[in-house]
Write a protein that binds this ligand. Structure first.
Ligand code: APR
Length: 355
């Protein structure tokens, strides 16, 4: 049993000959005080502050005793589990800790966590403005089929027969039936925890904008504010002939435009149509300035949205259920389901932003 008076070795980093030791002891009032001791002449000289003596209180400050360390490698020699939660935060947020070190310590400090997710969390915490680009794979766990997976819409129906202006012109009934079916399904759908994680990241100023190819409105329904709908929305209706707004009820009950008697349609972008200019330009500008772009649940097959990740000078992460064919060109690829992957990364983010 360590008495309140004894200094306890909590973390030693470096090499046998040159290392820094962070020790701590609990005071009578339960508060912990910490000190750093260094051994190895170059270290002592390398440090601005003296060898010993400058004690700090507070666990997060304990790790800051490593800041400015002249050590070439912060290899863990010894770490007491007591310090792991704080070490985790330090590793995720400190610029002192590079990617190699993060991966070297990851198993110890984030046991069971996928290293790519640890890296993604570090990048997200380290980038002042991140942008999300999402696709239909973001909504399949809300029971909305995607398009090109084995259970996708385009496996059941040829998109040229329902999702083009030619289809609207040549077979309006099939066009109307296809979209009415998707609209009716909207009533039962809810955003999932993955959508809510992204909204939380926006709230914490980690995410600046979501550019989505999805027309289901689930990002906004989950609370995200800056959502750019690159392919429009299936939740609003207009007349294809005169542009007047209509209602979902009128469209699903096969009514015509109340002004010109024209054909009602959802405000989605059909193949061959231009993307909404403002949504496109706003998303493009954000991606060009982003430090990090996270692409979630898209096959990257549809132009021009599939060009966006290449437009950033920041880092790029791809989260998708299938990555074999589509993962090329990304800095980090995480193969997995959107909801679980975002929840796992968020657990790490919570460590990083914990007060
Ligand atoms: N988590 C992660 N990825 C998933 C999940 C999931 N739960 N479910 C499916 N995916 C992946 C699939 O493996 C697939 O690679 O999401 C991708 C979805 O790709 P598409 O079906 O091609 O959808 P998307 O890329 O959004 O399509 C772009 O095409 O049809 C048009 O206008 C439509 O906006 C759409 C555009």
């Amino acid at each position: 049993m360590v008495s309140v008076k004894d200094w306890q070795e909590l973390l030693t980093v470096g090499t046998e000959n040159e290392h820094i030791k962070i020790s701590g002891k609990e005071k009578k009032n339960g508060e912990w005080v910490f000190k750093r001791t260094v051994n190895g002449d170059s270290l002592e000289r390398g440090y601005l502050s003296p060898r010993e003596g400058n004690e700090v209180t507070g666990w997060d400050n304990a790790l800051r005793l490593l800041d400015g360390s002249p050590l070439r490698s912060l290899h863990i020699l010894k770490a007491d589990p007591l310090i792991y939660p704080y070490l985790g935060k330090y590793m995720l947020t400190s610029k002192n800790i590079g990617e190699e070190l993060l991966l070297a310590w990851s198993d110890k400090v984030f046991p069971g966590k996928n290293k790519d997710m640890v890296m993604a969390a570090k990048w997200l915490l380290g980038s002042d403005r991140a942008v999300i680009l999402s696709g239909a794979g973001m909504s399949t766990e809300s029971n909305i089929p995607d398009f090109r997976s084995s259970s996708g819409w385009w496996k059941q129906i040829d998109p040229r027969t329902v999702a083009t202006v030619e289809a609207l012109d040549s077979n309006y009934d099939l066009f109307q039936e296809f979209y009415a079916t998707r609209m009716k399904a909207l009533d039962q759908i809810e955003p999932h925890e993955g959508h809510r994680v992204l909204a939380k990241w926006e709230e914490n100023n980690l995410v600046q904008l979501i550019g989505t190819q999805n027309v289901d409105g689930l990002h906004s329904a989950a609370g995200s504010l800056n959502v750019q709908e690159l392919h429009g929305s299936i939740r609003s209706i207009r007349c294809h002939d005169c542009g007047k707004e209509g209602s979902i009820e009128a469209f699903t009950s096969h009514e015509t435009c109340s002004r010109c008697g024209g054909r009602l349609r959802p405000a989605v972008v059909l193949f061959g149509e231009m993307l909404p200019q403002e949504a496109w330009e706003t998303t493009l500008e954000a991606i060009e300035q982003a430090g990090l772009v996270i692409v979630i649940g898209t096959s990257m097959e549809v132009y021009p949205a599939n060009q966006l990740p290449a437009m950033t000078s920041g880092k790029t992460v791809y989260i998708n259920a299938e990555t074999a064919e589509t993962g090329a060109g990304f800095d980090l690829i995480i193969e997995g389901k959107a909801k679980k992957t975002l929840q796992n990364i968020n657990e790490l983010i919570e460590i990083g932003i914990r007060r």
